[in-house]
Every structure is written in structure tokens, then in C-alpha cells.
Design a protein around this ligand. Structure first.
Ligand code: B12
Length: 219
């Protein structure tokens, strides 16, 4: 079966309101091709396509919601699979995570949360629309070595610069590293440096490796 056929069959199941069937299909295909392969070639392209239809008013809220639920349920299963299992289960440290001020695209952040948690990180998830000072306040209070910020849009990504400036002015840049991610950083990689990010990852699966690398730079 081709990738296009898989995307279509998955879409049909969600269109029919069959959440469990959609999750089962993803599980079956993953047994054959691996979780990463199915996430990258089937699930995420479908989510982005459906998201676009939703924004154009061509998809009902119920279907948009259901596709998000299928994704979350499947990512939870994937994060606990042998393929993703981390041998060493001790807590690696604390990460303060959230969508930057004015950003309301929670799905990517939730997926980063699931994968980082299953890789052994203690996650403090502040949700959507989080101002810079709240990130800093929570990072200090919880002795987090990493602030991880999700931003989907160019306009909202620019708000991350406020976190960088705060870290610098409070002399915290050696103690707290700034991870950034989201659709806009894939479209414009130079934005990572522009907003003062210490690093990024294109997807939730690669996020734990980024966090490992950043924590090793904390002094
Ligand atoms: C679905 C969607 C919405 C939904 C969000 C619902 C939800 N549950 O999230 C709704 C309809 C609400 C929405 C609203 C808007 N959206 Co919108 N949306 C999208 C869409 C189509 C998909 C986003 C998504 O869920 N992707 C699927 C997930 C799995 O992928 P992801 O979010 O990229 O996350 C992965 C990685 O990026 C990474 N990651 C994410 N965060 C982090 C953080 C760290 C630290 C790391 C390491 C990694 C990481 O890991 C994730 C999992 O693998 C994107 C298009 C796109 N290319 O992504 C546009 C998009 C982001 N939206 C856009 C726009 C313009 C808007 C609106 C302004 C539209 C409007 N006119 O109202 C509003 C603004 C709302 C706001 N202020 O935030 C633009 C942004 C343009 C830009 N470059 O600035 C985009 C790119 C579409 C486009 N091409 O025009 N949107």
C-alpha cells in the first residue's frame, strides 16, 4: 500500500468518526514499517493537510478535534513502544515547556511533552499563550535546565526573543538553555538564531536528543 493510500484510508476512518479504527490502522502499519516512519510519512502530513482544510473552513470542528485525539492517542502508544523506549529510566532533569505568548497551536507542544516525558524528563507544561516572564519564573522556581518553547507563527516566534533577553539580563544563559520548535522554524531555520534559541528539533521524536545535548551545556 502506498503512503498516499494510507493517508486516504486514515482520513476515511476519521471522517466516519471511527477513532479506534484510525488508531488501530496506525498501529498495524507501524508494526510493518516502524513508528517513526508512520508518524513522518502518514500521520504528520495528514494532520497538516487537515489543519489547512480546517483553517479554510472545509473541515468541521468535530473532525479537526478527532484527528487531534487520534494523534495524541497514537503518539502515546508510540512513545511507550520498544522502538522509542529509553533504556535508562532515571529522571534527567526538569524542562519548562509552553507555547509562546499569543500562540494557540497546542498539538505540537503536547507531542513534545509526551516524548520528552517518556524519555525521562520531568515536564512542567504551562500551556498556550505563555509570556516570557512566566517561563523564566517557573524555570527558576523549579530549577529547570531547559526552557522549551513552541511557536507556529512568525509573529509569535518573535516573542521568544523576550525570553532570550530576560535570560541574558538576569545572567541565566549558562544555567538555562532555550530550546525552540514549531512549524515556523521548519519553514525559516534562520529564525532559531534570530530569536536567540540554543537549538531546535523538527519533530517530537527528535526533541529528547536535543534536550540531552542542551543539558550537557548547562554550567
Ligand atoms: C492546525 C493549525 C491551526 C489550528 C491549531 C489547533 C491545534 N490543535 O493545534 C487553528 C485552526 C486553531 C490555527 C489557528 C491559526 N493559525 Co494555524 N496552523 C495549523 C497547521 C495547519 C497545523 C499545525 C499542527 O497542528 N501541526 C501538526 C503538529 C504535529 O506539528 P507541529 O505543530 O509543527 O509540531 C511538531 C514540530 O514542529 C515540533 N515542535 C513543536 N513545538 C516544538 C517545541 C520544541 C521546543 C521542539 C524541540 C519541537 C517542537 O514537534 C511537533 C511534533 O512532531 C499549521 C500548518 C503547519 N505547517 O504546521 C498552521 C499555521 C501554523 N497556522 C498559521 C496561521 C496563520 C494561523 C492563524 C493566524 C489563522 C487565522 N487567520 O486565524 C491562527 C492563529 C492562532 C494563534 N494565535 O496561534 C500559519 C502560520 C504562518 C506563519 N509562518 O507565521 C501556518 C504555518 C499555516 C500557514 N501556512 O499559513 N492553526
Amino acid at each position: 500500500m502506498t503512503t498516499e493510500e494510507k493517508i486516504r484510508i486514515l482520513g476515511d476512518a476519521i471522517n466516519e468518526g471511527e477513532k479506534d479504527k484510525a488508531v488501530e490502522l496506525l498501529k498495524d502499519w507501524s508494526v510493518q514499517s516502524g513508528f517513526k516512519e508512520i508518524i513522518f510519512t502518514v500521520l504528520e502530513p495528514m494532520l497538516i493537510e487537515w489543519g489547512k482544510l480546517w483553517m479554510q473552513g472545509k473541515l468541521s470542528l468535530a473532525h479537526g478535534y478527532l484527528s487531534g485525539k487520534v494523534a495524541e492517542e497514537f503518539y502515546m502508544i508510540a512513545s511507550q513502544s520498544e522502538e522509542m523506549l529509553v533504556a535508562d529510566k532515571k529522571v534527567k532533569g526538569t524542562i519548562v515547556l509552553g507555547n509562546i505568548e499569543d500562540d494557540f497551536h497546542p498539538l505540537g507542544r503536547r507531542l513534545v511533552h509526551i516524548f520528552a516525558k517518556s524519555a525521562g524528563w520531568n515536564i512542567i507544561d504551562l500551556g498556550n499563550d505563555v509570556p516570557a516572564e512566566i517561563f523564566i519564573e517557573n524555570a527558576i522556581k523549579n530549577q529547570a535546565g531547559i526552557i522549551a518553547v513552541s511557536a507556529m507563527m512568525f509573529t509569535t516566534a518573535k516573542n521568544i526573543l523576550k525570553i532570550r533577553n530576560e535570560l541574558d539580563s538576569q545572567l541565566l544563559s549558562d544555567k538555562i538553555k532555550l530550546a525552540v520548535g514549531g512549524a515556523v522554524f521548519k519553514l525559516r531555520p534562520e529564525l532559531v538564531a534570530d530569536v536567540g534559541g540554543d537549538g531546535t528539533a523538527d519533530n517530537a521524536i527528535d526533541a529528547p536528543a536535543l534536550f540531552d545535548s542542551l543539558i550537557s551545556k548547562v554550567k
